[in-house]
Write a protein that binds this ligand. Structure first.
Ligand SMILES: [Zn+2]
Length: 244
């Protein structure tokens, strides 16, 4: 895996990622004069806003509970990420290419783990959605329709279908250049004696998204009694999906 992100790239992320924009994804903030904003603190319960954001300084601070920091600190705290993951997430959002101090790659242009796992979930989401229209997914469509989910809402929620075979998604991901290790780390595949196989089979798939609307996992509902697994099977804990 990649090593430490180069300091100058961290600086670029800190400068380009607008703290007010990032904070607004989770907190409603209003102009508070002097170019700063305030809103209800996401880190403690309150009814009177004491959470301040100052874009000109790139900082936030809660005068009530004392939480504060820059845009990277905010993403780390709000999404429970490591420093590196938070920087990678922001870099992805603002189209900044990160370089790493050390690691197995060539150093330049290599993607961080988080970006790879998010990308794998994008491929999986598209794959499952396509599968939902296949002839083999008739029972999945019936299941959804009977519960009041029409095709329009499938689209809206990104609902899909994981085929019953053992290698549909694995082959799709492999075709897009993902290694078995990445599929397993992403929680999309399981390690077996003859290599990785699909974790989710013959299930209705609901994407689990983070605050940036990136899919980071799936909730999978079983469809037949022949399925010996649990009624709901979720993505296990992964580097991008933490169950609190
Ligand atoms: Zn607070």
């Amino acid at each position: 895996m990649a090593g430490k992100i180069r300091e100058e790239d961290v600086t670029t992320v800190r400068e380009r990622a607008r703290i007010d924009e990032i904070v607004r994804e989770t907190v409603t903030i209003k102009a508070a004069g002097g170019g700063s904003y305030k809103g209800l603190c996401p880190f403690h319960d309150e009814r009177t806003p004491s959470f301040h954001v100052t874009p000109s300084k790139g900082l936030y601070h809660c005068f009530s509970c004392g939480e504060g920091g820059d845009v990277i600190t905010f993403v780390r705290k709000i999404d429970a990420l490591s420093f590196t993951e938070a920087v990678e997430k922001l870099a992805g959002k603002y189209g900044i290419t990160l370089r790493y101090e050390e690691g197995s790659g060539s150093g330049s242009g290599q993607q961080g783990q988080r970006a790879r796992l998010i990308e794998a979930h994008k491929v999986a989401t598209a794959f499952y959605r396509t599968q939902l229209s296949s002839p083999d997914a008739a029972h999945a469509r019936t299941f959804l329709t009977e519960r009041g989910f029409d095709p329009e809402s499938w689209e809206l929620f990104g609902v899909g279908y994981s085929p019953a075979g053992w290698d549909g998604l694995r082959n799709e991901l492999r075709g897009k250049g993902f290694t078995e290790e990445e599929m397993i780390t992403a929680g999309l595949a399981v390690s077996g004696q003859r290599g990785a196989y699909d974790r989710f089979r013959d299930r209705v798939m609901w994407p689990i998204r983070d605050s940036s609307a990136d899919t980071i996992g799936f909730g999978a509902r079983k469809l037949t009694d022949a399925d010996q697994g649990p009624k709901y099977l979720n993505t296990p804990e992964t580097p991008i999906y933490r169950k609190s």
